[in-house]
Structures are given as structure tokens and as C-alpha cells.
Design a binder for this molecule. Sequence first.
Ligand SMILES: Cc1cc2nc3c(=O)[nH]c(=O)nc-3n(C[C@H](O)[C@H](O)[C@H](O)COP(=O)(O)OP(=O)(O)OC[C@H]3O[C@@H](n4cnc5c(N)ncnc54)[C@H](O)[C@@H]3O)c2cc1C
Length: 593
Amino acid sequence: MAIDVSKKGGSFLIAETDPEEVFIPEDFSEEQKMFAKTAEDFVFNEVIANIKKTEAKEEGAMVGLLKKAGELGLLMIDIPEKYGGLELDKATSMLVAEVISKGGAFATTFGGHTGIGTLPIVFFGTEEQKQKYLPRLATGEIVSAYALTEAGSGSDALAAKARAELTEDGKHYVLNGEKTFISNGGFADVFIVFAKINSEDFSCFIVDRDLKGVSIGAEEKKMGIRGSSTVQFILENVKVPVENLLGEQGKGHRIAFNILNVGRFKLGVGCVGGAKLAFDDTMKYCKDRHQFGQPIISFGMMKNKVANMATNIYVVESMSYRTAGLLDEVLSSIDKESAEAANLIMKGIHEYVTECSILKVKGSEMLDYVVDEAVQMYGGYGYIEDYPVERYYRDSRVARIYEGTNEINRMLITGMLIRKAMKGELPLMEAAKRLQGELMEMPSTDDSDNDGLLAEEMKIIRNVKKVGLLTTGLAFQKFTTSLDQQQGVLGGIADIVIEGYSMESAMLRTQKIAAKGEAEAATVINMTRLYVYETIGKVDLWARELLAACAEGDELRTMLAALRRLTRHTPIDTLGLRQEIADTFIDKDKYEL
Ligand SMILES: Cc1cc2nc3c(=O)[nH]c(=O)nc-3n(C[C@H](O)[C@H](O)[C@H](O)COP(=O)(O)OP(=O)(O)OC[C@H]3O[C@@H](n4cnc5c(N)ncnc54)[C@H](O)[C@@H]3O)c2cc1C
């Protein structure tokens, strides 16, 4: 039976998407925008206004902000109404995450509480656990933290040594262990803690801070997000009531990994907010700053940077809200009142695990790129603490490390696609085989829609997705079950897949905007063209490397010939395009479409 791939995570690689079906930021309702406005006012008037206090770790400053966010309803977005939450759609939740991320360290505090600290109870809690904790987490009356990492187990989280033993009377688990780098740990009231029952069954517990035997280490001295709390969390013979086991014994990995998955799409979209702030500040600075008798923004090389920064923000913004739309679509069919609701929601989000990892990697790398260029455009002043980009540069760096490092996420991207193919959930290998067959035939003339708007660029994107399929199929043929040991290959495929999703998301949004005849169409068309032509060269290079790792002799030559057909393109004047894009944003003074 044919699988309906259109609703499957990872399907973008083998299916075409109608722009009208894609959610884009231009689709936000007035209500959603109002929510974002509340968050934005809060970030500028409270968080940024108090940034010196929080960065200096002034007692109570950060937790005070979290409580204020609670009063404004910003902590209850993902909590079911039944437990005092607002239960809003993922698009709103992501929009708020984007705006909150302009608050630097506060974004980590906020995400630690509303995301990884609260969602385990939303998705895996018993009725009693939900009633006991969620209403207070929703208002900020209590603050939460997520304690998975240990000194000896970071990426390899399941190697945790923390342990739990059931007491003889069967009423408590006794927990022992040390958790490292726990965000919010300095002031959290409740911790989601992972430990192995009988040193074997990886499980999850809700641990109240006031239990005897709980202690907190000193604050880590960090490179960035200094206002956030990051501490060791130590458990010495802590008696946790059995009713505080979260989920099932031995199933803690389901909680750990699924919750990180949710964290990833929020982190990806959060990077958009941070990048917009850095971009806006830099635009203003570069218009004011004069050298050689001119504002530095007027120099060609500076304009190049403006165009590249704006384009990369546009791309990640497009893929973020496309993913939000996919999640909302799958979640909207779930009956929120059913006993299975939380489980089904979790499953729905898991469907898009590949897209979530793509967002995390692409978002965090885009942010680092943007803040790095921002420092460069400020010149020496960018290196001085009095100027905000110095902090943005330090704050952004952690996004590539936590919520699963970008290396781990790259492996997940390729690994999940292959796993889905193996389980028969996504006909990737069939599509790869068909493609190989097609490419061996006479050169096709894919001139289907060669003269429409962005027709050439659409062809390039289709071909990039084919390059993703070609390399995945070939790598699987060559390495079969040992492919998971070939990290260079997995990473290379992930890079191509990431770009396939990035380019296509920008294209779909642009097409949707252009179809509405919106005034901003010219700029988004330019940005989409720039991104497509800039990226195709990189994809070609990565693919060559992959093919050479997977084939040799005649087979390699044939594959390279096929690749040439897929990546062939006539360059356009991207340098001119950049100047045009930059001028639009210079006129506007900020990232605004
Ligand atoms: C500011 C901050 C806040 C944090 N907050 C929390 C929190 O609230 N809760 C929590 O539980 N944790 C938290 N963490 C921990 C964070 O999730 C880990 O630091 C992260 O998962 C990486 O683990 P590690 O530091 O042990 O690095 P390692 O796992 O030692 O990784 C080091 C390097 O090796 C690479 N690597 C590791 N394994 C592989 C592999 N199999 N293949 C290829 N490369 C590999 C990594 O990608 C990385 O580049 C936080 C960390 C920081 C810095």
C-alpha cells in the first residue's frame, strides 16, 4: 500500500509542497501578534532594562523577571487549560520564544522553566502530578529545572551514573548522584531528574528542592548568558516519594529525548529573535558611525554583510514557522480531552524530529554567523563591553552546544531519515533508487516551468533535494548497517538535507508572499535567489566529498556525472543582488519585511 508521505516528517526530501499549505509569519493573526507584543514589551521594558542587574547575578533579579513573565501569562502557553494554562498553538508558542530570545540569558531561564522543566510533566505526568505542579508552574509560583547532564555523561546522556533504589517499605526511591550544568538550578523549586533504578533502568523523577539531601553547587562562571543560573545539583540519599516517578520505570529515555526535541524547535526559532536584535542594533550603529567621511553602512563590503545577515535570518525564520505549521497541523487533529492526548501530542511532535534538529542546527549556526558579523561591523567597539554586540557574541555561542550539540543533531538528522526509511515509514530508498535509474538515462530536460517566477531557482532546489537522496541512497548501499559508524558521511548528508529544507522553506514563503502581491515581494524574491545561488555551490562540494567516500572507479565517475547534471547552473549577479537587498534594509533601519 502506498504511504501518504505528505504528512510525514522528512517528507520534504521526496515530496513537493504547495506554498499555500505552508504557514508563514505573514499569516499570524491579530491575537497572535498581540501576544508577541506583550512579550516584546516585557523583554524591552523589563528584561533588557535590567540586564546589568541580571548579568551581575544580583540576588533575586532573574527569578523576579520570571515571576513577572508569569503574571503576564507568558509561562502558561504550552500548559493545558485544565491545569491553569492557555494551551495555545505551537506557532504562538514559537513566536513568543522568538521574541523572548532577545532577552539574552533570560531566554535560557525562560526555556529551562517553560520547556524542559515543565513539559515532562505536561506530557508524561500522572493526573495527580499534573494537578500538583502545573498550575503553580503556569503562574511562576514555582520554578523548574531539568537535570540530565552529569560530569561523565553529556552527549552520552544514557550513561548517567545517578541512581535510585526503592526503600524496603516501597514508599520512596532513594536518589544519589551529581548533575552538572543545570540551568535555573540556583533558584528552582522543582527538578526533573534522571537516574537509574538499581543502576540499570534509566528513569525520571520529580524532585522537590526542599527534600533532605538535595544541595546546589556554586554558580558556574560562564562565557555568556551570565545572568542565567547554571549549577551542580547534588543528591545525597534523597528520599523521593514513589508517586514522584515520572513516566514508567526504565522509560526515562523517552522523556529525556522527546523533551529535548521540543526544546530544539524553540531554540531554533529563538535564534531568529536574537539575530534580529543583533541585526537591528548593527544597522543603527553603522548608519551613525562615519569613516572616510561616510557612514560605514554605505561601503560595499558592509552592504554585503547586511544582505547576507538579513537573508540568513529570513531563511531560518521561514523554516521555523513552516515547522510550527506542520506541528500545529498534526496536533490539531488530537482530541485534547482524551486520556491519550499528551501521548499523542508527543508522538505528533516526534514525527517531525528531523525538522526539529534541522532547525536547531541551522538556527544556532545562523545566529553565530550574524553576531560574528555584527561584532565585525562595530569594529573595535564590538569588542568592548559597553556595546551590546559584545554580549550577543558571547551569549549566542552556547546554542550550538546545549539541547544536543550540533554534531549529535547532525547525526540525528541523517539517522532518523534512514530509520524511517528502514521502518517503511518514508519511501526514501525507493525514491533514491528511482532517481539513480533516472540519472543513468539520457540527460533529462527538466524545463517544466522554466520561465515562471523563480523557475530556475525552484529547479535548483528540486535538484538539491535529489542530491540529498542520491548521497543518502549511495551511502546506504555502500555502508549498509555500519553507516552509523561513518560520521563524516552522516554529517555531510545532514548538511545537504539541512540546506534542502532551508532553501525550500524560504522559497515556499516567498512564493506565498508573491502570490498575494505583497509589497515586500521584491525583497524576499531577491533574498531567496541570493540564498539559492550561494548555497548550490556548497552543496556541490559536500556531495563530491560524499560520492568519493562512497564509490570509486567507474561508479564514482558515473555518480559525479550525475551530480554535475543536478548542480549545473548559470551564475547570476549575486554581488549586485546583495547591494539591492542591503539598500532595502538600510532604508528601513531594521529587519522588517
Ligand atoms: C550554559 C549551559 C546550560 C546547560 N543547561 C543544562 C540543563 O539545564 N540541563 C542539563 O541536563 N544539561 C544542561 N547543559 C548541558 C549540555 O546539554 C551539555 O553540555 C551538552 O549536551 C554537551 O555535553 P558535554 O558538555 O558533556 O560535552 P561532550 O558530550 O563531552 O561533547 C564534547 C564534544 O564532543 C562531541 N561529541 C560527543 N559525542 C560525540 C559523538 N558520539 N560523535 C561525535 N561527536 C561527539 C560533541 O559534539 C562536542 O563537540 C547545559 C550546558 C551549558 C553549557
